[in-house]
Design a protein around this ligand. Structure first.
Ligand SMILES: Cc1ncc(COP(=O)(O)O)c(C=O)c1O
Length: 397
């Protein structure tokens, strides 16, 4: 049989990240390539306790179909937490529980994008979100370069003036994936003003915003939104565990109604058991102390990586993130991160992710790479960065 796949499958190709992560599963490699939180951060004992209790006390509720909007006690727990702790969300906003933040982004794109519509995003950005957007009727991605303060606002305004049919701005404004940078308050306000002026929505994707290791908290865009122009995507992947697949979308009621339909055709609802377990963890355990512990662990790993990088060839520029899981490095133009990766594999079996995997504009970031510090041990961070520095020295000679 010759299978006739849909054209949209051409968009995806083979994910370079997945291919690298296959190698990373081999313990003889040192991986600075991961995109995931550390297993040492998972609350295994607590989740087991909760699961046993739920299955003992309410087995039918846990195993029965649920409603697409989500498990009501979890919706309330998330709404309360976002309101009380982060002043985010208004009486008009509702919460849709999604199967990971990824589904929140995908369902939002599905609900909003018509043929030829445009979406503005940071360039580089999170590849799975970009693919979810590209998938809908060939939506156009307009990538805006990022500096140390996130998306360049001057270039955002130029794009809003120039481009037709922009539906929304997709931004990861806190500890961005892949660059690790955070947009300061002043620029957030400017972004919000521009969105209002040009009548486009903002999809604020914030899976890392609670993982801060230094610097001051910056309010979410959603907390400043009085016009229902911002939809906020959150995730429990990085503060509980990614395998539970629980995330959420917070937006005005009418938006949530539409996006719920779009989620419903994907998977009916998110696993009731996982939602109920998340809810118990958020409401009956000290989740803030748990997040503090994770932050302490990642702060140490980040510092080990920054210390190890401090004497790298000065022509390599890199970000110094205040939180999240990654930093981003850039060699001078003309040098290839692929070539550097090959040398690192040969010299010491060290893996990273090269820049083009994150490009909204194909062909960009060939000289860049992303390094992860949440997964490797301190020793492997030092050994991996030593190999990186030696290879950079030889390559840039
Ligand atoms: C920026 C960004 N958004 C969304 C996600 C998806 O998270 P989830 O596991 O909640 O689907 C990730 C995962 O790495 C991410 O980096």
């Amino acid at each position: 049989m010759e299978y006739q796949y849909a054209n949209r499958m051409e968009i995806f190709g083979l994910s370079p990240i997945r291919e690298v992560l296959k190698l990373a599963a081999d313990p003889s490699y040192i991986s600075l390539a991961a995109g995931s939180p550390s297993p040492a951060s998972y609350p295994v004992k607590e989740m087991k306790e909760i699961m046993d209790r739920l299955m003992e006390e309410q087995p039918v509720r846990m195993l029965q179909y649920g409603v697409s909007e989500g498990y009501a006690p979890l919706q309330k727990a998330l709404k309360d937490r976002m309101r009380e702790k982060y002043q985010t969300g208004t009486d008009e906003d509702r919460i849709l529980i999604t199967s990971g933040a990824q589904q929140g982004i995908e369902s939002f794109a599905k609900a909003f994008l018509n043929e030829g519509d445009g979406v503005i995003c940071e360039d580089p950005s999170f590849i799975s979100a970009l693919n979810a957007i590209r998938c809908y009727n060939g939506a156009r991605l307009i990538g805006i370069p990022v500096d140390d303060d996130g998306m360049r606002i001057d270039l955002l305004e130029e794009a809003l003036k120039r481009e037709k049919n922009i539906k929304f701005i997709y931004t990861i404004n806190t500890f961005q994936n892949p660059t690790g940078v955070t947009m300061p308050l002043e620029r957030r306000k400017q972004m919000l003003e521009l969105a209002k002026k040009y009548h486009v929505m903002i999809l604020e994707d914030a899976p890392y915003f609670e993982l801060r290791y230094s610097g001051e908290y910056v309010p979410t865009l959603k907390s400043m939104d009085t016009d229902g122009i911002v939809a906020f995507v959150g995730s429990l992947s990085k503060i509980i565990a990614p395998g539970i697949r629980v995330g959420f979308l917070m937006a005005p009621q009418s938006v949530i109604k539409k996006v719920t339909k779009s989620k419903q055709i994907g998977d009916v609802h998110t696993s009731t058991l996982m939602q109920a377990m998340s809810c118990e963890f958020l409401t009956k355990y000290d989740v803030d102390a748990h997040i503090d512990r994770i932050c302490k662990m990642y702060r140490e790993s980040r510092d080990v990586m920054l210390e190890a990088l401090s004497d790298i060839d000065e022509r390599v520029r890199y970000t110094r993130p205040d939180g999240g899981l990654f930093l981003w490095a850039e060699m001078p133009e003309g040098y290839s991160a692929e070539e550097l990766q090959d040398r690192m594999l040969e010299k010491g079996k060290v893996l990273m992710i090269t820049g083009p995997a994150f490009a909204a504009t194909p062909g960009r970031f060939t000289n860049c790479f992303r390094l992860n510090f949440s997964m490797p041990t301190h020793e492997n961070i030092r050994r991996g960065v030593d190999v990186l520095k030696e290879c950079v020295k030889e390559y840039l000679r």
